[in-house]
Design a protein around this ligand. Structure first.
Ligand code: GUN
Length: 297
């Protein structure tokens, strides 16, 4: 590794922010205020979803939040789920909640997300929050893009006037981060190129990126020849690859071929331990904002 390459330590940064949030919760308690309360709705037994939700509950405990978990079997009806959402929307004890995705095929994700009260939508998935984000108004920003912004801010990475290339246009990551990086703000004020599966000559775009954000879910897709010298590389990919040499039988791979790309970078996120740990921090921060009525007053 060249001495000037900085490995972004998402785990350490996440711990830093979590202890800040815990301090805030202590202050709220001392002032006799109710502690923030995050709820999660989990349908079925998807292994990854179980892990994500368990980690969210654990993080709540760590910072002193209250948490609730509402579980449903795979065959729950859409109406039953909508009824639960109505109940949570009306429950003043719960400040914010998420409906863990994916949902079973017989349930309309749009219908469910549209029924979440925007002021409790700490995932930032409701169209009202997306619209507010586009207009640069107070909103809940979705966990992954918010986590990326917090990392850029923490490491004081200059974004103003830079060329940011985003690879992947998902609703959860690529699309929102492309808007956020172009907004008038800090981080922000980038000239943004959004690349996707139909982009021709991808390398012509990625090789011009001062900041490259990759979220396409193809392990080790981005190679050294696609990178500009001194680029900042943010890898959002997280794919389980079979590996018989590992105790677990698998290893986690990002979308970037780390070993060959890292030597060309000024900053790079590892996988795991880069963006991932920041997503929970983002969710906790949104919940804190919900409890303090900082977004919807
Ligand atoms: N599934 C994968 N990531 C997420 C997320 O950030 N929020 C929710 N609700 N479901 C997810």
């Amino acid at each position: 590794m060249p001495p000037n390459m900085i490995l972004i330590d998402g785990k350490a940064v996440a711990s830093f922010f979590k202890s800040q949030i815990a301090n805030e919760v202590n202050k709220m308690k001392k002032q006799g205020m109710k502690v923030p309360h995050l709820a999660a709705v989990l349908v079925g037994n998807n292994g990854s979803s179980e892990t994500y939700v368990a980690n969210k509950v654990k993080a709540c405990e760590l910072v002193g939040f209250e948490s609730s978990l509402f579980r449903f079997d795979d065959d729950v009806s859409e109406n039953e789920l909508l009824e639960k959402i109505k109940e949570i929307n009306a429950n003043d004890a719960i400040d914010g909640y998420i409906v863990q995705l994916p949902l079973p095929k017989h349930i309309s994700v749009d219908k469910i997300i549209n029924s979440i009260k925007p002021s409790k939508d700490v995932d930032g998935f409701h169209p009202e929050n997306t619209g507010r984000m586009v207009k640069n108004l107070p909103c809940y920003i979705a966990a992954t893009p918010f986590g990326i912004l917090k990392l850029l801010e923490y490491y004081k990475i200059e974004t103003k006037g830079k060329h940011c290339v985003v690879v992947g246009r998902s609703n959860i990551v690529g699309s929102p981060i492309s808007i956020l990086m172009a907004r008038d703000g800090n981080p922000g004020n980038c000239t943004v190129t959004l690349c996707h599966s139909k982009t021709e000559k991808l390398i012509d775009h990625t090789a011009k990126a001062d900041i490259l954000i990759v979220a396409l879910g193809k392990p080790e897709f981005i190679t050294a020849d696609m990178i500009k010298d001194g680029a900042v590389v943010i890898d959002v990919g997280l794919t389980r690859m079979p590996n018989a040499n590992k105790k677990s039988g698998f290893e986690l791979k990002g979308d970037v071929k780390f070993d060959e790309v890292a030597p060309k970078c000024s900053f790079i996120t590892p996988v795991p331990g880069g963006v991932g740990p920041m997503t929970i921090v983002a969710l906790l921060e949104n919940t804190l904002k919900a409890a303090r009525k900082e977004v919807y007053f």
